[in-house]
Design a binder for this molecule. Structure first.
Ligand code: ADP
Ligand code: ZN
Length: 730
């Protein structure tokens, strides 16, 4: 689509990241500019960044309109990207400036890039050629015009940096200063991948053809853990790169992507760009710029990578598409899976949603004919799905304060004797979820939140999992003053480790919980060591369910399979089903068949029964029927409104006013429930009140909600957030 050109002095409308609810009028800077250009504009006494969104509105005194200062050195936001931001804003009811902030999260965006030292091929052949030297020279030759930093080159060639420096000294490599925002090493899409099984090949062929078609399409790629989904979607990536378009792979838990990056490198000969919270500011900037110019062919990232200004995005893979972390829960409340579909739709690209346990939403979209579906039925090689069985906790002899049943303990011992790995899964960080006074029954809570404090024994502190506040573990009950009567109640992974250490002396035990590692790097290293056999018994939270391979693991023991079944969350059954299947799927990946044992007090619960039977279709049919009956997502629409403020009274007043003025909602057939205290009624000292809006499937809910909430004026210290398609109900 041709962009419009504005000559110097023409009126332009500029979108900035400042919280203003309109485009600002300026005149085009010297040299003119196209729509989509990044510009620097004066705003009051400051200079801010903005994007030329179109012509100016012209409703502002022309004499006062100021000139844009300059066009910034960044690839313009093309029409597709601008439309994506507008549609995403309209869907999530987010103001455009916040949307633009999400799309420009790279530091010093308009500044000239910092420089770095790089290495290119020189014109001298070293006299003495070693293996190491040859590898370095091969790498620079192989990548032709590309330049590498010392670290990159040493890593790619698998040599120490002194080898590279030595070659530079001899003149066999040339050292230069170059901008840091350089292109990434080329990925080679024609390198052969692994030989695929018939199943995998069939799926890969369909995806390759879809990508080659160059138009929008969405596919649910379904297959048990280990069936080769990654192998298959990398074929789609290869096709996309071969077409000269860009590919984006979204992963839920980026801390675990080391293994994935290594696989990409093995497949395409180089690493992709990365985009997640662990990436340095410099790399962030580089990725942002290179995505816009085409210097990055592939990005592996967390959900926000979806808002990078890709030049030509041909494929988006959403791996583990059911994962709830795709929903951003603060700031702009969006679901990256749904926004990925929107983006591909607008940009003429393919979306692949991969999962062993798809969300009911995706399931329903397949049923409705909106998504294609591909199934991988077997695990790769001889590995089979583990046998899943329950341990009926009502029949087990277990002293209080202990959680590993005799049956589970025997199964673990058998593995340890055979030199295999076992995993005990408990989705609770810390030592104990509750600290109770045995004298008065008081439970220690957070001062700022309506939440109990969780004991973290490694840190020797109590911590609030809502706001992160910590305090020392008191000696004396803060309520009744009794001394030494405070006791930990219930298990967390730290406490389970204590029990396991006593129960299985001699076993090497490792705890995998996100809070126990300072950095993502440490965590990655630990996971790799464990996968390699550095532990006999793994004790882990949800972290271990997400995509990492533990080849030696043959037993998974789920400490509390009932944990997710309680509560009023409409997705409780779905989440438990998915999590239990994912965790069970960790066992028996290679030659040795695995087993999963689920400790439960309700073995006859329909969800537990469906997990045991491995009857996925049956579970989803039943779950779909329940939700249809209740008219809830994906068969109806929902939105959550959270009001919060320092005093509970005024918050409820606004909530009541909204409930009374429900005309705009009723006009489209939507209903409002509440106000009621939110399930977590206070966070960080702010009282929270919730309203829920429910409507039929086809209802245009967003404009109605926008009209509805616009009727009340919010006091300054009160905040209103609208959460379209809420995922969690806190
Ligand atoms: P999923 O993404 O479904 O969990 P993966 O693609 O990670 O499955 O495959 C599981 C394991 O099996 C990986 O180690 C992968 O490299 C291996 N694998 C899968 N398919 C093949 C194949 N056709 N040839 C060789 N190895 C394969
Ligand atoms: Zn708190």
């Amino acid at each position: 689509m041709a962009e419009r050109f504005f000559h110097e002095g023409d009126l332009i409308g500029v979108l900035t990241t400042q919280p203003l609810d309109r485009l600002l009028d300026y005149t085009a800077p010297e040299g003119g500019c196209f729509t989509g250009a990044f510009v620097e504009v004066p705003l009051g006494p400051r200079k801010v960044m903005g994007v030329v969104w179109g012509s100016g509105l012209g409703d502002y005194d022309r004499a006062k309109v100021r000139a844009a200062i300059r066009v910034l050195d960044a690839a313009p936001l093309d029409a597709g990207m601008r439309e994506f931001l507008e549609r995403a804003a309209a869907y999530t009811l987010t103001p455009m400036p916040a949307m633009l902030r999400l799309a420009t999260r790279a530091p010093g965006l308009g500044e000239p890039p910092a420089m770095r030292r790089i290495y290119r091929p020189g014109d001298v052949q070293p006299e003495r050629m070693t293996d190491a030297r040859r590898r370095v020279l091969e790498v620079v030759e192989e990548h032709g015009g590309l330049a590498f930093t010392l670290g990159e080159l040493a890593e790619l060639a698998g040599v120490t940096s002194s080898v590279v420096k030595g070659l530079a000294k001899l003149g066999a490599l040339r050292e230069e200063e170059a901008p840091r925002d350089g292109p990434y090493p080329r990925l080679d899409p024609v390198r052969p991948g692994k030989a695929l099984t018939a199943d995998q090949q069939a799926a890969a062929t369909v995806l390759r053809e879809a990508v080659r078609g160059g138009a929008y399409g969405a596919t649910l790629l379904r297959g048990v853990t280990g069936s080769g989904k990654t192998e298959v979607y990398l074929e789609a990536v290869a096709e996309c790169l071969a077409q000269g378009r860009q590919a984006l792979v979204l992963l839920p838990e980026i801390a675990l992507s080391a293994e994935f990056l290594a696989r990409v490198e093995a497949r395409f000969g180089a690493r992709p760009a990365e985009w997640h919270s662990g990436v340095t500011q410099t790399e962030r900037r580089r990725a942002w710029h290179m995505v816009g110019t085409g210097g990055a062919q592939m990005v592996v990232g967390a959900r926000s990578a979806l808002f990078l200004p890709f030049r030509d995005l041909g494929l988006i893979v959403v791996d583990e598409e059911h994962d709830s972390s795709y929903k951003q829960e603060d700031g702009v409340l969006y679901n990256a899976r749904d926004m990925a579909v929107l983006r591909a739709h607008l940009g003429g690209g393919q979306v692949v949603l991969a999962s062993a346990t798809p969300s009911l939403e995706s399931w329903a979209n397949v049923e409705a004919g909106k998504y294609a579906r591909l199934d991988l039925t077997d695990r790769f090689g001889s590995a089979v799905m583990p046998k899943i069985a329950t341990i009926d906790m009502r029949a087990e002899e277990l002293p209080s304060g202990k959680w590993i049943s005799p049956t589970l303990a025997r199964a673990v011992e058998a593995r340890l004797e055979r030199g295999e790995q076992a995993l005990l899964f408990l989705n609770r960080r810390g030592y104990a979820p509750v600290t109770l006074c045995r004298a008065c029954g008081h439970q220690i809570g957070c001062d700022e939140c309506d939440a109990r404090m969780v004991e973290h024994r490694f840190l020797k502190r109590l911590m609030c999992h809502q706001c992160g506040a910590t305090k020392p573990i008191p000696q004396v009950c803060p309520a009744c003053g009794a001394e030494d009567r405070l006791a930990p109640i219930g298990p967390g992974v730290e406490r389970l480790e204590e029990e396991a250490a006593a129960r299985f002396p001699g076993a090497r035990i490792a705890v995998l919980s996100s809070d126990l590692y300072g950095t993502a790097r440490e965590l990655k290293a630990q996971i790799e060591a464990i996968a390699g056999g550095a532990a006999d018994l793994i004790i882990g939270t949800q972290l271990v369910a997400k995509g990492h391979n533990f080849p030696l693991l043959t037993l998974v023991g789920v400490i509390d399979a009932d944990l997710g079944l309680q509560g009023s969350d409409l997705r409780a059954a779905e989440r438990t089903f998915q999590l239990m299947r994912q965790v069970s799927g960790r066992a028996g990946r290679v030659e040795v068949p695995g087993a999963a044992l689920l400790q439960t007090f309700q073995p006859e619960h329909p969800v537990i029964r469906a997990i045991l039977a491995g009857d996925e279709e049956g579970f989803w049919d039943a779950e779909a029927a329940n939700r249809k009956e209740a008219g809830v997502p994906p068969y109806g629409r929902m939105a959550g409104i959270i009001l919060s403020g320092p005093e509970v009274g005024p918050v409820f007043d606004v909530g009541n006013a909204l409930a009374r003025k429900d005309g705009p909602l009723r006009r489209v057939g939507a209903e409002v429930f509440g106000p009621a205290p939110a399930p977590i009624a206070r966070i960080r000292g702010r009282h929270r009140v919730r309203l829920l809006v429910k409507a039929g499937k086809g209802v245009p809910l967003q404009p109605a909600i926008a009209d509805w909430v616009a009727q009340v004026r919010l006091p300054a210290n009160l905040r209103l957030t609208v959460d379209i398609d809420p995922q969690s109900f806190f």
